[in-house]
Design a protein around this ligand. Structure first.
Ligand code: HEM
Length: 501
């Protein structure tokens, strides 16, 4: 009997310990943190055990994204990020909300944003957004921290220096010319053709990335891109559900698919590298060359390739999509930009090249204004790795910061009453605050690919304006949504006509 009682007592003690642990981490700690923030005047929708505000988060998105869209307005934050819109209206510019048991602080006060972006203490890190995101970016730059991040960034940085990026111009030009040829062939049969430009730009930026960063062709990386797109959809689903620690290790249906896709992506990247002619890799100016020769272990090179395959194409696709949509809405700016392109091109037949890109002032203003109104990456994140102070607010370790790039870009206090209007000219005036325009983030974790992205954007736009005119198709519905990036929910259907010689 004695051993039975002992066993029973052991189990009871175990159950008690589990109850204490759960009560402590799911109830005691979150409410304690919430009280601490409330006392400092930072309010929010309130913590709910286990799920936090995740169901509300999901409901807000579902409700908005199923609503019809009326106009072509650029006043889109309420639609892009409905929880942000609702909570900041109720609780002010700094809001506490909960993803499961994890506290998040929305920061839209410029000085607080600046402090977080530019903090030098080393205690504000990127942190993990949610475990599914690891599968998309692997253990690449976006997800790394500490010494490992410093080493990877040091290895990858030279690939994105301005001179190196300029050396990729011929590959970018060749890739865009392929699109020009394709559209011209389609137009040949009719006077005009309807193009879903997001899909076209996804293929184009994949081709450009393959040729410049990986020294291969879209054909070779096609399967990787397709798998990354599937993974992105599953990641998005994961982000909108409650974060329960340890859940990612359970073999649920979605998790099993995620793991399978990840294994496939890694094995395809490995094959792509191994099958490359080693001499060719050594001589090439591709990102892959920098990664392979930078002293990183092979597995870490795979991680970086995985991250770059996604990060390098998606945001550029979105930037170009909105650029063409906005120029179709604002024909006056389309005409101004085309006039500039013809002016610069007339005096330089080798167009576009590194020198003439600098002469495209109107094109640059337009790209900036598109990045402001429709920033492809609408939010970024940081985490406090230690108890710390941000301005005058005490923040406990583990708190995450939600940095709403799109909302700040639409803030009337920073951009004036016409903040939601398309007016590229505004970029001729000095900025009101450092953080007012941050499509590539800010500080040490700023986007490594920004020189490349802007160069790509200018070449694509200038080349297309040289050959075609654009207007919105009657089938286009203006419905921007936040699907990891700021995407047009129902695609971007554009009527493309050829400019007569
Ligand atoms: C219009 C195009 C792009 C936009 C708007 C964009 C935006 C961003 C943003 C907002 C971040 C986070 C910055 C922060 O948290 O402060 C980021 C990070 C990053 N981006 Fe981009 N990006 C673009 C294109 C690219 C391209 C072309 C590449 C590579 C070929 C790239 C690679 C990365 C990487 C690796 C990171 C993580 C950097 C780190 O944490 O060290 N991006 N990007």
């Amino acid at each position: 009997m004695a051993p039975f009682i002992l066993l029973l007592a052991f189990f009871l003690a175990l159950i008690l310990l589990v109850i204490i642990f759960i009560t402590y981490s799911i109830i005691w700690i979150p409410y304690k943190i919430q009280r601490q923030f409330y006392r400092q005047g930072i309010k929010g929708p309130g913590y709910h055990p286990i799920y936090g505000n995740t169901p509300e988060f999901k409901q807000e998105f579902d409700r908005t994204y199923t609503k019809p869209v009326g106009s072509f307005s650029h006043d889109i934050v309420h639609r892009l990020d409905p929880p942000y819109h609702k909570w900041t209206a109720l609780y002010g510019k700094t809001v506490l909300f909960w993803q499961g048991i994890v506290p998040w602080i929305i920061l839209s006060e410029p000085e607080m944003l600046k402090e977080v972006y530019l903090n030098k203490s080393g205690h504000i890190v990127r942190g993990k957004i949610s475990p599914p995101v690891d599968l998309l970016f692997g253990q690449g730059l976006f997800n790394l921290g500490g010494d490992k991040w410093s080493l990877h960034r040091k290895v990858a940085n030279p690939a994105f220096m301005i001179d190196q990026v300029k050396s990729w111009i011929p590959e970018v030009v060749d890739s865009v010319e392929m699109v020009v040829k394709k559209w011209e062939d389609e137009i040949e049969e009719r006077n005009e053709t309807e193009v879903e430009v997001m899909q076209e730009f996804r293929l184009l930026s994949s081709e450009i990335l393959s040729r410049t960063a990986f020294g291969s062709s879209y054909g070779e990386g096609k399967h990787i891109f397709e798998l990354e797109d599937q993974q992105a959809k599953l990641v998005l689903k994961g982000l909108r559900t409650a974060y329960i620690p340890g859940f990612r290790f359970l073999p649920t249906h979605d998790n099993r698919i995620r793991w399978k896709i990840e294994r496939k992506i890694r094995s395809l990247i490995t094959k792509l590298i191994i099958n490359k002619d080693q001499e060719e890799v050594g001589n090439s100016k591709s990102l892959l060359n920098f990664l392979l020769n930078g002293g990183l272990p092979f597995e870490e090179v795979i991680d970086e390739c995985q991250a770059f395959y996604f990060a390098g194409k998606e945001a550029v696709t979105i930037l170009m999509t909105w650029t063409i949509v906005l120029l179709s809405m604002h024909q006056d700016w389309q005409t101004k930009a085309r006039e500039e392109v013809f002016r610069v091109w007339k005096t330089n037949k080798e167009f576009p090249n590194a020198d003439t890109l600098n002469d495209l002032k109107v094109v640059s203003l337009i790209i900036n204004e598109v990045l402001r109104l429709y920033p492809p990456v609408p939010t970024t994140f940081r985490e406090a790795s230690k108890d710390m102070k941000v301005k005058n607010v005490n923040v406990p370790a583990g708190t995450k910061f939600y940095l709403p790039i799109a909302a700040v870009h639409h803030d009337t206090e920073l951009w004036g009453e016409d903040a939601t209007e398309f007016n590229p000219q505004r970029f001729l005036d000095p900025r009101k605050h450092l953080v007012s325009f941050s499509p590539f983030g800010l500080g040490s974790r700023t986007c490594i690919g920004q020189n490349f992205a802007v160069m790509e954007g200018k070449i694509i736009l200038a080349t297309l304006l040289k050959h075609f005119t654009f207007r919105l198709s009657p089938s286009y519905v203006h419905a921007p949504v936040m699907f990891l990036t700021v995407a047009p929910q129902f695609g971007a259907q554009i009527l493309v006509s050829k400019i007569s010689s």
